[in-house]
Design a protein around this ligand. Structure first.
Ligand code: AMP
Ligand code: MG
Length: 518
């Protein structure tokens, strides 16, 4: 494989001097060198053809070398794999050192002026594995692989996934944490992103008062990933903080647009580049319920529920602010950034909702609030509702507009009396506003269909891919991958996937309920 190697992280930042792969606290360093575990019998299940091309690896995807390097069987010449040291707040509590417990960074490459770090997930233990095994199972790896790519094509900032491999090893997991462990197939995903640095990389250094390395890490991050920041002194770190706030905000707005619930927004799962990272017990909003979270580990408090994601992002940004404070030293300026978050969020959320509703001029909060209320009256599928809304015409009566979106209702029988009245009321308001819009119906429809996806990776769809893959049938993975590459297109041959969650998936593990076990 011809790789245009351009390592930076493991060259410019300090390494752990201890080279043994033993679990420990790693001090005075940003990472530890570690070699991936050799898998027993690796095999390639799927690779992302377009990403392979973007990275310049399209000629190698079916080669022995690709299989060996991206399964951790061999280490590429002149590369020094490593695991990062980071900490984090988990579910609101400081957890101390976490780190790449099962992620191993292989190398960085440059292609077509783009910089990529490639990382294996599930390639064995590292000094950060704590009490776990460093491995990943097939089901969670399929979910990560497909969803990373689906999010990319939805235009949501995200890390990518290049390849999905079976390791040939068996991995013991207790899916429901109820004392019923079982062996599952092990798998390895190759993730790709400009960098995998998280809020937690800064937090761990600040918590240890290692300000020398905190500064090194901030300088490194700015130099490579925020090159537009050119001022010096403390202002530089303040601007960096502002930019991370901006990017994080943008990412969360996009999550709210497509109905994505991350599920574990711990600060160790927050990318410093504002990318969606660590696809674990995530889920897609089917029934529009802002209180929903797929993560059973969080079912009590619902800290990471859909409607709470913007506030949690802010909470996490406050923690990042605490970590960067030693470099900035200006509390009023940092507070100002955080205070502005809500205003910025409101502006961008407003714009995003205007786009979803196809209203350039005549959108207002009443229309929004009434919609939120009416969507909650009866189970209503978010994706189908918004997609079908683009078919409503300026000349429609509320009754036929309602008919056009009725496919989104899980219990059509409930659309009568008061619920129906409320819907009619809302559609009267909406159609009245449509009538005042400049765009013709067809133009508006086109624009709306660019922000309201037709296809998302519904929770049950990933589960179908998993069930088939368990029987060595990878056709569903292939089918979903191809479809999710064009989520805004009509794709008549894929109409069967433009459907509400089937009833069997309502309370099924893996569909509506996901644990952190992976
Ligand atoms: P998560 O909440 O899944 O992002 O994981 C939190 C921490 O646990 C991170 O430091 C992970 O690297 C680590 N971790 C999760 N699963 C494993 C595993 N199977 N082996 C080792 N470390 C793990
Ligand atoms: Mg994580």
């Amino acid at each position: 494989m011809k790789l245009n190697l351009k390592d930076t992280f493991n060259i410019e930042l300090p390494a752990d001097k201890n080279l043994t792969n033993t679990r420990r606290q790693v001090l005075d360093a940003c990472y530890s060198f570690v070699t991936p575990k050799k898998p027993k019998k690796p095999s390639l299940i799927h690779f992302s053809d377009e990403l392979a091309k973007e990275i310049g690896l399209e000629d190698y995807t079916l080669s022995k070398e690709f299989l060996e390097v991206f399964s951790g069987t061999t280490t590429s010449p002149n590369t020094n794999p490593f695991a990062m040291c980071y900490g984090g707040h988990q579910f609101g509590n400081w957890a101390g050192q976490l780190g790449d417990g099962r992620a191993i960074n292989l190398f960085e490459i440059e292609h077509n002026d783009k910089h990529w770090a490639l990382q294996l997930k599930g390639a064995g233990e590292t000094p950060y594995s704590r009490t776990a095994d460093g491995l990943a199972v097939l089901r969670s790896s399929i979910r990560e692989h497909l969803c990373s790519e689906a999010m990319y094509y939805l235009r949501v900032p995200t890390t990518r996934s290049l390849a999905l491999m079976l390791s040939g090893d068996e991995v013991l997991r207790d899916v429901l944490y109820n004392g019923n462990p079982d062996y599952e197939k092990g798998a390895i995903v190759t993730r790709a992103a400009p960098s995998f640095i998280r809020f937690g990389n800064f937090q761990i250094l600040a918590s240890r008062k290692d300000f020398k390395n905190l500064k090194l890490l901030a300088d490194y991050t700015i130099k490579h990933f925020y090159p537009e920041i050119t001022i010096t002194g403390k202002e530089k770190y303040l601007e960096f903080y502002q930019e991370v706030v901006n990017r994080t905000l943008k990412m969360v707005i996009e999550w709210q647009r497509v109905g994505f619930v991350h599920g574990v927004m711990n600060t160790d799962n927050m990318s410093i580049l504002g990318l969606t990272i660590d696809y674990g017990p995530y889920g897609w909003l089917e029934d529009f319920n802002p209180d929903w979270t797929p993560n059973t580990t969080d079912s009590q408090n619902r800290r990471y529920r859909f409607g709470n994601q913007p506030d949690i992002a802010l909470w996490n940004l406050v923690q990042l602010g605490n970590a960067l404070y030693p470099l900035i030293g200006d509390i009023p300026a940092m507070e100002k950034i955080l205070e502005d978050y809500n205003t910025l969020f409101d502006q961008q959320y407003h714009q995003m909702m205007k786009n979803k509703l196809g209203l350039e001029e005549n959108y207002d909060n009443i229309l929004h609030d009434d919609l939120q209320a009416v969507l909650k009256l009866t189970e209503t599928d978010m994706t189908i509702f918004y997609r079908n809304l683009s078919s409503v015409l300026k000349t429609d009566f509320a009754e036929n507009a309602l008919e056009k979106i009725s496919n989104a209702f899980y219990k059509p029988g409930e659309i009568k009396e008061k619920i129906k009245d409320n819907w009619i009321k809302w559609f009267n308001l909406y159609i009245e506003r449509l009538g005042r819009e400049y765009d013709l119906d067809a133009i508006r429809k086109e624009k709306m269909n660019l922000v309201n996806p037709k296809f998302v990776l519904r929770n049950y769809m990933a589960q179908l891919a998993i069930d088939a893959a368990d029987k060595e049938d990878y056709s569903v993975i292939n089918e979903l991958y191809s479809m999710l590459k064009n989520p805004y297109d009509e794709q008549p041959h894929n109409e069967k996937w433009f459907a509400k969650r089937p009833d069997w998936a309502r309370h099924k593990v893996g569909c509506s309920m996901l644990s952190c076990s992976s």
